[in-house]
Design a protein around this ligand. Structure first.
Ligand code: ZN
Length: 182
């Protein structure tokens, strides 16, 4: 059974419960919330926590990967750079640089100044998923939002993007929780 970490936060207006992959469940409460109310929330939400945990069954086999973060980052940089270079030409866009990061919640982003950032954990995903994220961010250099126009552009470049996005939604949390053994 999960132990739940209780944190008091001066900024919390109401309680918030999270069950992150690979980390203890966490209840954040406002400073004024009393012990009895906290216990009541924990008791009420216990089945929900169990349900969340049951969905978090590892399916990607990541625990078997003997890969260090520096190796994975290097691999990610190489793959992403090669794909971005090729695709930028086809899309007729220019980016300034590529940054490989380790965000715990984000796959890719594109700054107004043309810096493309990607999560190194993408290198552990199927190649077509990594490819989709690269193309997605490059398309933002043409259309900065997620309008129909944007998705139309993505679809022209990668007709099967929905499957790749669905893969990320389903397996992304497991991938984001992956920490190399080193
Ligand atoms: Zn986007």
């Amino acid at each position: 059974m999960d132990a739940v970490e209780v944190r008091r936060s001066p900024r919390a207006r109401r309680w918030r419960l999270e069950v992150p992959w690979g980390e203890p469940a966490r209840l954040t409460v406002p400073p004024s919330m009393n012990r009895a109310d906290i216990e009541r929330v924990l008791a009420e939400k216990r089945p929900w926590i169990v349900e969340q945990r049951q969905r978090q069954t590892p399916r990607l086999g990541l625990e078997l990967l003997a890969v260090s973060e520096s190796e994975a980052r290097l691999g990610a940089r190489e793959l992403v750079s090669a794909l971005a270079e090729e695709e930028a030409e086809l899309l007729e866009v220019r980016y300034r640089r590529i940054r490989i990061g380790g965000q715990r919640s984000l796959w890719g982003s594109c700054s107004a100044r043309g810096t493309l950032s990607f999560n190194w954990r993408l290198v552990l995903a199927p190649l077509d998923v990594l490819d989709y994220v690269v193309v997605h961010e490059l398309c933002h250099l043409r259309v900065a939002n997620h309008s129909q126009k944007f998705w139309g552009l993505v679809e022209r470049r990668r007709p099967h993007w929905r499957g790749q996005r669905a893969w990320l939604r389903e397996h992304g949390p497991e991938l984001l929780a992956f920490r190399p053994s080193e």
